[in-house]
Design a protein around this ligand. Structure first.
Ligand code: C2O
Length: 577
């Protein structure tokens, strides 16, 4: 918002004018700079009666909450004091002309090695609500994550009544084992990774697990008051159902954009997504406490953590022994796709004069991406075999290209126009071989590999249809785009059919998000305008699928004007060798 700042010197008339302008247009005042320090250190925590050492930020788990206002500048100084490479990503922050701060390892930066530091500098522009930060290296985000609360600019109200209190609620996944060892083993055997041992609320599994009642997150409420839960799904590999016994929720925000408020008893939230929901405490509650519950939604043919975690909505303090017997909400069955579709169909952007939808109506380039799992031949077997079906290794791909993580930063290579040996600018715009994506899988399920990107001219309007495949069994995939929000203009089941499906698009008030679940055996269509120069990864936010290569990158070139160009890299950006 710096462009709107008046430079007044000492002139009283100018200062008065600036003051009046600020009062008239509170959204246009220059923001503050907020500084945070992240010391990445190991810390000892006990969960499920097991004490272990985990990577944390500042010894906290979950990590610190960053609170900013729209328009503020964030300066986060990170010191890596663990025995592992690490980077941080500010999930959902659009990073306009600050791609160097985006954080995915080997895409926009080389990782910080043990002992190294890096300062992330970026401004929050045109976003308000809840986002989050997490490590973006291997599976380190299992414990390295925290909320980003973006308040509206001073003097700007929420488009709904101001809640009495606001509480971030991070839904996570707990592993008794070291998550790094879990993914390492899976990549060695070629099979699916061991599943987590519990789901968590702000790091606490709660009373449904053995030896865990003392590790329960409690939300204390006063009768008649309205609370805003800032929900974040930070689980590694699971979409989650969420419900509160005897309480209806009102959804008001998704991925840092307001939505038309709607009521729901059960929510579905995919890894990477955020949702602000209002909960009004009863004036005469039928119990002094109620369970808040989460459980997985999945259609996987593999194993998954099929447990339910609980937190507590407390009208009056409860003893740990009482927590197992609270009124609990009914949750849909783990594979209830109908419940998911019903919930997802309710999202509409606010599309008001103050928060217009700005849906791109004319598309410059159409892409059709077939998204799903596949296989690799059994090279280097463990004990003579590979653990995926038919003695293969699991792989994942978009348009049959499984992404190879480069050894150097793609953004650095792009900035220096040094592409050869690093990336190929030939990612396919559609599958090379078409097939019945949601029907019987083809005989050959092997994927190809490469670090292939789509180059885009500045300001290109892009439509991507993301089509799920049933190659290893149909399942949903939460696709996350870095650097942009997109508009979710259409969705459906079966194979996308341009002739009929385009006519049903919502171009009036589609939800704006950074992460959308490609429905199981279905498709979703998104649009965005490539007006932010840089290299932007788009990937499945199931970490296991990301590890298997379900990822690609957009290379968005500079525009002609000075303020349309990627600035030079910060001098402290970590080096790869
Ligand atoms: Cu939240 Cu690339 O990730």
């Amino acid at each position: 918002m710096g462009a709107h700042r008046l430079r007044c010197g000492a002139s009283p008339a100018c200062l008065l004018l600036a003051f009046l302008l600020a009062m008239a247009m509170p959204g246009l005042t220059a923001g503050l700079t907020r500084r945070y320090t992240f010391n990445v250190t190991m810390a000892t925590v006990t969960r499920l009666c097991k004490t272990k050492s985990i990577p944390t930020v500042n010894g906290q788990f979950p990590g610190p909450k960053l609170t900013v206002r729209e328009g503020d500048r964030l300066v986060v100084t990170v010191h890596n004091n663990i025995n592992n490479n690490v980077t941080f990503h500010w999930h959902g922050v659009q990073q306009r002309r600050s791609a160097w701060a985006d954080g995915p390892a080997y895409i926009t930066q080389c990782p910080m090695r043990p002992g190294q530091s890096y300062v992330y500098r970026f401004t929050i522009v045109g976003q308000r609500g809840t986002l989050w930060w997490h490590a973006h290296f291997s599976w380190l985000r299992a414990t390295l994550y925290g909320p980003i609360v973006i308040l509206p600019p001073r003097g700007v109200a929420y488009p709904f009544p101001k809640p009495y209190r606001e509480v971030p609620l991070m839904l996570g996944e707990w592993f008794n084992a070291d998550p790094e060892a879990v993914i390492k083993q899976a990549l060695q055997t070629g099979g699916g990774p061991n599943v987590s041992d519990a789901y968590t609320f702000n790091g606490f599994p709660g009373p449904t697990y053995n030896c865990s009642a003392n590790n329960t997150f409690k939300l204390k409420v006063k009768p008649g008051r309205t609370y805003m839960l800032r929900l974040i799904n930070s689980a590694l590999n699971d979409e989650l159902f969420f419900a509160v016994a005897n309480h209806t929720l009102t959804v008001v925000q998704a991925d840092a954009s307001y939505v038309k408020p709607f009521a729901a008893n059960t929510l579905v939230i995919s890894p990477g997504q955020t949702m602000d929901v209002l909960l009004t405490a009863a004036t005469n509650p039928s119990s002094l406490a109620f369970a808040i519950a989460i459980a997985p939604y999945t259609n996987t043919v593999g194993t998954f953590d099929n447990t339910t975690a609980q937190a507590v909505l407390e009208y009056a303090p409860q003893r740990a022994a009482a927590l197992r017997n609270l009124p609990a909400p009914p949750l849909p069955r783990y594979n209830d796709t109908g419940a998911v579709t019903n919930f997802s169909s309710k999202f509409r952007s606010l599309a008001s004069p103050q928060y217009p939808a700005r849906v791109p109506l004319n598309v410059d380039r159409h892409f059709f991406f077939a998204v799903g799992l596949g296989a690799d031949p059994c090279k280097s077997p463990v004990n003579g075999t590979c653990q995926a079906p038919n003695n293969t290794r699991f792989a994942a791909s978009i348009n049959n290209v499984s992404f190879i993580m480069p050894k150097t930063s793609l953004l650095q290579a792009h900035y220096q126009r040094r592409y050869s040996g690093v990336l190929a600018a030939n990612f396919p715009a559609a599958p090379v071989r078409k097939f019945n994506y949601t029907g019987t899988p083809p005989n050959n399920t092997f994927v190809t590999h490469g670090t292939r990107v789509v180059p885009l001219a500045f300001n290109t309007t892009v439509e991507v249809v993301l089509q799920d495949t049933s190659i290893q069994g149909a399942e949903s995939h939460p696709l996350h785009l870095h650097g942009y929000d997109f508009h979710v203009v259409g969705t459906g089941f079966g194979n996308y059919d341009a002739a009929n499906d385009t006519a049903k698009y919502n171009l009036v008030d589609p939800v704006q998000r950074n992460t959308i679940s490609v429905p199981t055996a279905g498709w979703v269509a998104i649009r965005f305008v490539a007006n932010n120069p840089g290299v932007w990864i788009m990937h499945c936010h199931f970490d296991v699928h990301l590890s298997w290569g379900l990822s690609m990158a957009w290379l968005v070139n500079d525009g002609p004007l000075p303020n349309q160009k990627l600035p030079p890299p910060p001098s402290d950006i970590p080096k790869c060798s």
